[in-house]
Write a protein that binds this ligand. Structure first.
Ligand code: ZN
Length: 316
């Protein structure tokens, strides 16, 4: 039986896993730091794949989820945040040359959507929207059973759509993007600013609380923390209404740490979504659900991409 190697590359960690031709339980999996002073990220990635290479069984394909903008068609990473030197890196051809098997490469948010669609919350849907809401906001859309990539693989940057041109500055430097309102970073910044302005909170002893601490404080009854999550949820609801009108999905899947903030986040989001769409027809049969695969979504999306190469079964 042929094996598939799936890789999830992040700014801090690389995960490499070996799977069979079916199922989502890895036969082997490892997690290493992306960078070390004595070894660059590309060498670490290749050496780790080598270590995991099955001894007596053929490998059908390698699938890789990579951070930042990726040209999935050409197999090129344009610029990986937090990995120095990964600029216009032709990772697919580098790995195909080294390992002599087909390699497929995709952006991590796109592949997380592919993972949820194949193996998680989105199974059976043909029109799917995926958002990961953590430090930043990433997104992807599947339409007519196709991942939307765009002319250069840059489509569906759903965190960087403008919600309010007079809003706070986004991590990308532009004003008022959704990420600047509803990401974990934005929630943390809002609470810190409110406390600095004198608003009382149980977090007052923590001048720069994390989104996770804010979520916990909200559950414990802190009014500022609750208001911060409600505000983030309301702005996300505006974003979701826009996406409903653009993509008309039958399911929206929300992953990432902020999506686990409970009803203080979800209820205002749903309420604004209902009110902001131009027609209730967009809400017909639309479900908005939490992601099912957690941190494994990207890795399993890389697996799905590798398996989608449809390599004929190799007889060993
Ligand atoms: Zn932005």
């Amino acid at each position: 039986m042929a094996k598939y190697i799936a890789v999830d590359v992040g700014g801090t960690h690389i995960r490499v896993a070996v799977f069979g031709s079916k199922g989502i339980i890895p036969e082997r999996v490892t997690r290493i730091a992306t960078q070390q002073p004595e070894e660059n990220a590309l060498d670490r990635l290749q050496n780790q794949i080598s270590k995991f290479w099955p001894e007596n069984e053929p490998v059908a394909a390698i699938g890789i989820a990579a951070p930042g903008p990726v040209d999935q068609k050409q197999g090129i990473i344009f610029a990986a945040p937090n990995i120095p030197g990964w600029i216009n890196l032709p990772l697919r051809s580098i790995l195909e040359e080294r390992f002599a098997v087909p390699v497929a490469l995709g952006n991590d948010a796109n592949l997380a959507a592919l993972g949820e669609w194949n193996y998680g919350a989105g199974q059976g849907h043909h029109y799917l929207l995926y958002l990961t809401i953590s430090t930043g906001i990433g997104g992807a859309a599947i339409c007519d059973d196709q991942l939307i990539l765009g002319a250069h693989g840059l489509a569906t940057e759903l965190g960087h759509v403008t919600i309010d041109p007079n809003g706070p500055i986004c991590s990308c430097g532009r004003p008022g993007h959704l990420e600047a309102f509803s990401s974990g970073t934005a929630i943390a910044r809002y609470v810190a600013n409110q406390m600095a302005a004198g608003v009382h909170s149980s977090l007052s002893g923590t001048p720069t609380p994390t989104a996770r601490q804010i979520s916990q404080a909200a559950q414990a009854g802190d009014r500022l923390a609750q208001a911060a999550l409600e505000r983030a949820g309301q702005y996300l609801g505006i974003g979701l209404a826009n996406y409903a009108e653009i993509f008309n999905p039958s399911i929206m899947i929300l992953g990432g740490g902020v999506s686990r903030s409970g009803s203080y986040f979800w209820d205002p989001m749903n309420a604004v979504l209902q009110k902001a769409v131009m027609s209730p027809a967009y809400l017909h049969d639309l479900i908005v659900v939490p992601a099912a695969l957690g941190d494994d979504a990207g890795l399993l999306g890389a697996l799905a991409l590798g398996r989608s190469l449809q390599i004929p079964e190799i007889v060993s």
